[in-house]
Design a protein around this ligand. Sequence first.
Ligand SMILES: [Cu+2]
Length: 243
Amino acid sequence: MMSIFASAAVLLSALAVMTDAHVSFRFPCPRRGPYWECPQPGPNEWNLVDYDVRSPAGTHGTIVSPICKHPSSFAGTRPTFQAGQTVAAQMDVGAYHMGGSCQWALSYDNGANWVVFQDYFQSCLSNATQGTTFTLPFKIPADAPSGDAIVNWIWNNNEGNRELYSSCSDVVIQGTNGGSLSGVKPLFANYGPNSPFIQEKALANGNWGKAFFDARPPITITVPKVSKRELMRRLVNRITNSD
Ligand SMILES: [Cu+2]
């Protein structure tokens, strides 16, 4: 059935191309983004669609929105990734700001705690083309525990306004049932006046903020083991909630 939602979604995706802005995930889907292939808003949620999903979460002057920008996704099926899998993530690139430094972090507690699982310093997105999607892969750690999780793509740009980007995608990880994941906490630089300041690379004699990244404190998160009964309940939920 070609629903009113499907036709509206086509319109939304056209609008997304017209709004000017920066970078976000397109695959996996960013929370509340306007993309036709992503979870769509419910009947009373159209005011929650983020047509500006690619804009930064903040600048060095101002915190514009919380990390992840939105507290949840619209209801829908989360993509499932295996521990150890390389995901060919697609970024929606409006302005690439001569690249910058990317961090990818995982949270299993809706963003209370983050573990960085991948870095790409200095040249992240530097060969992207504006106005296109750009493949920027990330690899789920081989020892990632199973569970509902958020992948957070965090980016400090090299050129232009001093910005912090945070694009979050709700996913399911299939790995070990119960376990821990160790790494460092993410750096949220250029995110409000109290955050570390990374200067434009060209103006800072190549100083891209290495000392701040090197100083990220270690963190270990633990995800509890889930009983067979609970695993079965989640499976049934997933099947009955999908169309
Ligand atoms: Cu920008």
